[in-house]
Design a protein. Structure first.
Lengths: 669, 123
């Protein structure tokens, strides 16, 4: 452990730290452009220069390893002059168009030139100009502003795993480009916008929408997939202007997927903002009272009532619906499954992603069973890739999920391979024998009534044999699934759709035959099931309510209200609470706090907010099953259109088109 | 009457205060009354000019002619000056800021449009 002296203070640092990190540990701020903790070191901006004893020139601290006995100064005249010089050079070709630049106000170059820059420029020649580059529907380029820190290139190559960005030419003529002027083919592409320290790469959908200081920032949770990425929602007035990642080392580190970031424009279109009631086959706008009275009339006719919750529904709503239906009709018929989906809720480990996301980094073997993490849970995939890059971990797969941005060793696509592994007749058995922390990831594609039981039980058998049951992981796609499972909102012995009255909350995927049925649809966005409903109630989207979501690990996270539900729409649990009054079976809570403490009281499985549930895999029961000769059939995923918010979003539509374009070759028509 | 009396004792924003009343009584000389009923005074050597408002104390209630006089831009009272009258001139009114009559550009009067697109059952 080397000891270094920073500005007279001696500190001890870990082996392998750089001088810049050492200075940071000592509490000194070093300006930088190209250095980023999560990317490789490039050392090409020279902004991080510091003075080191016995070194005639200032050294680039980000690229210099800390060594025993170094004496570093960060506040001498030499350092000051070096920074001023670097800044002046960087600004030579920078257009200084801050007033019309979207990065203005949150720009590293702006801040650092104020803090460390010199006086005016001494450069009198013309500035160079660079042509705009096309990087797809999300990234807007203004390449005059680029300072060639190469963060974007390193991100695309190292984290996103798509070598689409690069630099051409040298010296003053250097340009960052996608080479072929094509869309960056990654679900993480928009993170380069956050990474770019200047305004060279900015957000296309957000172009000229707002200034950073006008925005109200709300820290909340994403629901586009089951990972529960931490996000910050920026609103101006009612409008959600943009969504940015929030650092959470346990979940999304500092990245988010493009869908998380850009589906937000779907929040302002296709909104249900008032109740409707069906009269003579047509949905007519009505008042809340009318809608509620109609519902209570229908509820009196039959006790055959079922509830179905959609993919973006929060804990509070599921709990309220379950309680409402059981108090009104005694019915337990509430489900979250909108398709053929095998579950075994006898033990939470059967449906959780049992490996904490952060521990994916420690794994030394992966097996994907009918899983496509790139499209189903992008942030999990970036973790797998991180592990793959740093440790060369092998990733095996049963069923071909397509390009995952890392190398996949295909074992075949017949599920009977699992039985072979169990019987140690497959070579993969040797691998898993040697492995200390194997991870199995089971996708929803194989969790159907035919294959689900076989896959789950055989996987458990294999992992049990090697004492690695904590490596059993189910990859859920929807933000509501795990929460619903924990709340017991499933119905294993009766089909919810058989009920005479159906209460749908945001359930827009399922096909419903609405003959002789009374259908209530409650949700924020219109969909095909809204049209067949008899009563439509306007609900709130995820940025418009305080609510709890459970991610695929079972972690409970709180989402906060960033704007208000539009028009007459209300928060979903409040609608159910109000309806229960009309039905004369009032639910026993009035505030969100009471509701939450009810949930936590009735279901001990829920951990504290932001904690993982304490689930022990030891006492997991395992059944033995007969071998199954059946192929993995991936259910198709239209990545940019997986939920109603994304489907309402213009940007997501553009992304979809751009990606389709990308797949075409010159000879396609 | 009595109310006005108490108002003039306890408030300064109604017509005149007791001090002004006494000062006007002893050393004031009425020089004129404008069309709104505000009364203009000066002291003996014309070193002071003041107005007693007919109602609210608000300096923007003084019409432009008397504004000249009270700020000593003109020596003589408006009735002794010949003003040109144009047909585009409007009746003087006080500053309406903060009141119901306040001006606002037509844009802000229009009802604010929804910033979201509604779902339409027929579509
Ligand atoms: S575009 Fe931005 S991130 Fe990329 S090299 Fe230029 S300044 Fe750096
Ligand atoms: S941060 Fe060290 S050279 Fe760029």
């Amino acid at each position: 452990m080397p000891k270094v002296k920073v500005d007279g203070v001696e500190i001890e640092v870990e082996n392998g730290t750089t001088v810049l990190q050492a200075c940071e540990i000592a509490g000194k701020e070093i300006p930088r452009f190209c250095y980023h903790e999560r990317l490789s070191i490039a050392g090409n901006c020279r902004m991080c220069l510091v003075e080191m004893e016995r070194s005639p020139k200032p050294v680039a601290s980000c690229a210099m390893p800390a060594a025993e006995g170094q004496v570093i100064f960060t506040n001498t005249e030499m350092v000051k002059k070096a920074r001023e010089g670097v800044m002046e050079f960087l600004l030579i070709n920078h257009p200084l168009d801050c007033p019309i630049c979207d990065q203005g106000g949150e720009c590293d170059l702006q801040d650092q030139s104020v803090n460390y820059g010199g006086r005016s420029s001494r450069y009198e020649l013309n500035k160079r100009s660079v042509k705009e580059k096309y990087m797809g529907p999300l990234i807007k380029t203004q390449m005059n502003r680029c300072i060639h820190c190469t963060r974007c290139i390193r991100f695309a190559e190292e984290i996103a795993g798509v070598p689409d960005l690069g630099a051409i030419n040298r010296g003053e003529n250097m340009e960052i480009t996608t080479f072929l002027e094509k869309t960056v083919d990654s679900e993480l592409s928009a993170n380069v916008i956050d990474l770019c320290p200047v305004g060279a790469l900015t957000s296309k959908p957000y172009a000229f929408e707002a200034r950073p200081w006008e925005l109200t920032k709300t820290e909340t949770i994403d629901v586009m997939d089951a990972v529960g990425s931490n996000i910050r929602v920026d609103t101006k007035g009612w409008d959600v202007k943009r969504i940015l990642p929030r650092i959470n080392e346990d979940i999304n580190e500092e990245w988010i997927s493009d869908k998380t970031r850009y589906a937000c424009d779907g929040l302002s279109s296709n909104r249900i903002d008032q109740p409707y009631i069906k009269k003579e086959g047509k949905l007519i706008p009505c008042s809340w009272e009318e809608a509620f009275l109609k519902i209570s009339e229908e509820f009196k006719k039959t006790a055959n009532i079922g509830g179905l919750v959609g993919d973006l529904v929060d804990l509070e709503t599921i709990f309220s619906l379950k309680n409402l239906l059981s108090s009104v009709s005694g019915s337990e018929s509430v489900d979250f499954r909108q398709k053929d989906f095998y579950i075994d809720p006898s033990h939470p480990s059967n449906y959780l992603f049992n490996t904490p996301i952060a521990e994916i980094d420690d794994a030394d073997l992966f097996l994907l069973v009918g899983a496509n993490p790139r499209l189903e849970a992008t942030m999990i995939n970036s973790r797998i890739r991180k592990n793959f890059v740093s440790k060369k971990t092998e990733v095996f797969s049963i069923g071909n999920p397509g390009d995952q941005t890392y190398k996949i060793n295909l074992l075949g696509d017949n599920l009977s391979i699992l039985k072979d592994i169990e019987a140690e007749t497959n070579s993969f058995a040797d691998k898993i024998k040697k492995s200390k922390r194997p991870i199995f990831i089971i996708g929803e594609s194989v969790l159907n009534s035919k294959q689900g039981k076989f896959v789950l039980e055989t996987s458990k058998n294999i992992l049990k044999k090697y004492n690695a049951l904590s490596g059993l992981n189910t990859l859920h796609r929807n933000a509501s699934s795990v929460g619903a499972l924990m709340l017991g909102a499933y119905n294993t012995n009766q089909d919810v759709l058989k009920n005479e009255i159906l209460y749908l909350i945001g359930a827009d995927e399922v096909e419903i035959d609405n003959k002789n049925k009374f259908i209530i649809y409650q949700g924020s966005h219109g969909s095909k099931n809204t049209k067949i409903a008899d009563v439509v109630l306007p609900g709130a989207a995820y940025t418009e309510k305080d609510s709890l979501y459970v991610n695929l690990e079972g972690r409970v996270q709180a989402a906060y209200k960033a704007s208000f539900p539009p028009g007459d729409a209300k928060e979903d649990w409040k609608i159910l609470r109000a309806l229960s009054d009309v039905l004369k079976k009032p639910l026993k809570f009035n505030t969100i706090e009471q509701l939450r403490s009810k949930i936590f009281e009735s279901f001990s499985i829920f951990p504290e907010i932001n904690q993982l549930p304490k689930v022990k895999t030891e006492n997991l029961s395992i059944a033995s099953v007969d071998t199954l000769d059946s192929k993995v059939q991936f259910t198709s995923i239209d990545y940019y259109q997986t939920n109603e918010i994304a489907r309402s979003s213009k940007t997501m539509m553009e992304c979809k088109t751009a990606r389709e374009q990308l797949a075409k070759t010159g000879t396609d028509d | 009457m009595l109310i006005n009396f108490f108002k003039s004792i306890f408030t300064w924003w109604n017509t005149q205060t007791v001090g002004t009343f006494l000062f006007t009584l002893f050393s004031g000389k009425l020089v004129g009354v404008d069309q709104f009923g505000n009364r203009y005074h000066q002291n003996k050597d014309d070193s002071k000019r003041w107005v007693i408002y007919n109602g609210d104390v608000d300096s923007s209630r003084i019409p432009p002619e008397w504004h000249l006089w009270i700020h000593k831009t003109s020596l003589s009272t408006p009735d002794k000056i010949k003003f040109e009258n144009h047909d585009w001139m409007k009746e003087h009114h006080p500053n309406y800021t903060g009141s119901k009559l306040a001006y606002s550009p037509s844009k802000s009067k229009k009802e604010k449009k929804d910033s979201y697109k509604k779902w339409q059952p027929e579509s």
